[in-house]
Design a protein around this ligand. Structure first.
Ligand code: SR1
Ligand code: MG
Length: 403
C-alpha cells in the first residue's frame, strides 16, 4: 500500500490489521464509513471480540461536498495530525489521542469518540453540557496562549508559523466566510425566501467595510495557531467531557476567529431553536442557557488566558502595565466580529449547519435564518466598539424582537 488511494471499508479494515499493536493479533475487524463532514472519509474500525474501536480519517484529494471539480491538497492531513498532537500536548483532556499518521495515504488513526456525541446534534435536542464552557474556555486559552508570542519563544513561533502554512484551506475560508456571502457569488446557497434580506446584505457598504477589516485580520494577523474551523460539528461532548477534533484548517491567524467560531455556533443554535424546541417555554429556557454559555465561554477563556499571561508570559514587554487590558479588549472586539462573520456564512454561503438547514417547517426555518442574519449583521457592525461580552447577549435577545 505505497501510493495514495482512497480507502473503502474493506481497505480500511485491511489497513488497520496491518498496523502492529493497534488490535490484538487475530482480531476480527470490521469497518464502517461514518463521515458526514464536507471534506474527508472517516472509517470506524471495530474489533468484534473486544469492542475496541479506532477512527481512520483519510483526506480526499478534492472537497467531498462539491466533488472532484474542486481539488484540494492532501497536505491538510499532515496539518491536522500535527495540530492534534500539538493541541493534545497543551490540552490532553480535550483532544483525542493520535495513534499514527500516514503521509502517503493522507490518513490519521485516532481515538474513537463514539461514547460522545457531536455537540451540534446534542444542542439540537436541547441537551445540557454543564462543563462545556469551562472545557472549551480552557482549550482556547491554552492552545492560543502557548502558540502565541506571549507564551512561546518568538523564534520558535516563527518556525511553527511555517509548519502550519495552509494556503488552500485558508483560501476556502477567505472566500466562503469573508467574501462570497457579501456578493452574488456562484457558490452561495440560500433559500429564495430570504432573497430580499440577502440583497440588502450585498448592498450594505457599512457592513462590507467591517467585513473587509475582519478579513484583513484573518489574512495578516499571525497571532496564534488556530484550530481554524471550530464549529460545534468539530466538538464531541458528554455531560462530563469535551473533545475537539478536525483541525485541518489550522494556521497562524487571529485568536478571535476560533473563539468567534464557538460563539457563532452557539448563536446559530439559538436562532435554530425556533425549529427545535417543543414549547415556547422550553425554547425560551434553552435560549437563556445558550446565552449563558456564550458569556461563560468568553469569561472562562478570558480568566484563564489572563492567568496564563501572568504566570507563564515569556515576553518582558508584555508585562508593561495596561498592555494586557488593551490586548484583551482588542481580542473581544475581534471575537465579536468573527462571530458575526461565521453566522452569516452559514445562512448565505456554501456550507450550512443542521441547526438551521434541518428545520423541516419552512416558516420556522425562515424565521430562524432571519434571526441569525440579524445577529450576524449587528455583531459585525458593532464589533469595533465592543467593550463587554454582554453586548453579544443583548444583540441576540434583541434579534427576537425584530419582525
Ligand atoms: C468546501 S469546505 C466547506 C466548509 O466545510 C468546512 O467544515 C469548513 O467550515 C469549510 O468552510
Ligand atoms: Mg471539519
Amino acid at each position: 500500500m505505497s501510493k495514495y488511494h482512497p480507502f473503502n471499508e474493506e481497505k480500511a479494515t485491511k489497513y488497520a490489521k496491518s498496523i502492529p499493536d493497534l488490535f490484538p493479533i487475530g482480531a476480527t475487524l470490521s469497518s464502517r464509513e461514518i463521515g458526514d463532514g464536507n471534506l474527508n472519509l472517516v472509517f470506524q474500525v471495530e474489533d468484534q471480540q473486544s469492542g475496541k474501536r479506532v477512527i481512520i480519517k483519510q483526506a480526499l484529494p478534492y472537497a467531498k461536498v462539491v466533488g472532484e471539480s474542486w481539488p484540494l491538497t492532501l497536505d491538510r492531513a499532515r496539518i491536522e495530525s500535527d495540530a492534534l498532537l500539538l493541541q493534545r500536548s497543551l490540552c490532553p483532556d480535550q483532544v483525542p489521542h493520535v495513534y499514527l499518521f500516514n503521509p502517503v495515504q493522507a490518513l490519521t488513526i485516532m481515538e474513537d469518540l463514539s461514547d460522545h456525541v457531536i455537540m451540534r446534534a446534542g444542542l439540537m435536542e436541547q441537551k445540557h453540557y454543564p462543563l462545556f464552557s469551562q472545557h472549551i474556555g480552557s482549550f482556547l486559552a491554552n492552545t492560543l496562549f502557548f502558540t502565541s508570542d506571549l507564551g512561546l519563544n518568538q523564534q520558535e513561533k516563527k518556525l511553527r508559523t511555517k509548519q502550519f502554512i495552509n494556503p488552500e484551506l485558508c483560501k476556502i475560508t477567505e472566500d466562503l466566510v469573508f467574501d462570497h456571502p457579501y456578493t452574488n457569488a456562484d457558490s452561495n446557497n440560500f433559500e429564495p425566501y430570504i432573497q430580499n434580506e440577502v440583497e440588502l446584505i450585498w448592498g450594505d457598504a457599512e457592513l462590507h467595510l467591517e467585513v473587509a477589516l475582519l478579513r484583513e485580520g484573518f489574512l495578516t494577523h499571525a497571532q496564534a495557531l488556530l484550530h481554524g474551523d471550530l464549529h460545534t460539528g468539530s466538538i464531541f461532548v458528554t455531560e462530563k467531557s469535551t473533545k475537539v477534533i478536525d483541525p485541518e484548517f489550522a494556521f497562524y491567524g487571529p485568536m478571535g476567529f476560533d473563539i468567534g467560531a464557538v460563539l457563532a455556533n452557539l448563536l446559530l443554535n439559538y436562532a435554530g431553536q425556533e425549529g427545535w424546541s417543543h414549547s415556547e417555554s422550553g425554547k425560551e429556557a434553552f435560549r437563556v442557557e445558550l446565552l449563558q454559555m456564550v458569556q461563560e465561554v468568553w469569561e472562562n477563556f478570558e480568566q484563564e488566558f489572563r492567568k496564563l499571561w501572568t504566570d507563564h508570559g515569556i515576553d518582558r514587554m508584555a508585562a508593561v502595565p495596561g498592555y494586557q487590558d488593551i490586548y484583551m479588549n482588542r481580542l473581544l472586539q475581534d471575537t465579536v466580529g468573527y462571530t458575526g462573520c461565521k453566522i452569516i456564512r452559514r445562512v448565505i454561503g456554501l456550507a450550512h449547519v443542521a441547526d438551521l438547514a434541518k428545520i423541516t417547517d419552512p416558516k420556522k426555518r425562515e424565521t430562524a435564518e432571519r434571526c441569525a442574519l440579524i445577529i450576524g449583521k449587528a455583531l459585525i457592525k458593532q464589533h469595533r466598539r465592543a467593550v463587554s461580552i454582554t453586548e453579544v447577549l443583548d444583540i441576540a435577545r434583541e434579534s427576537l424582537q425584530k419582525p
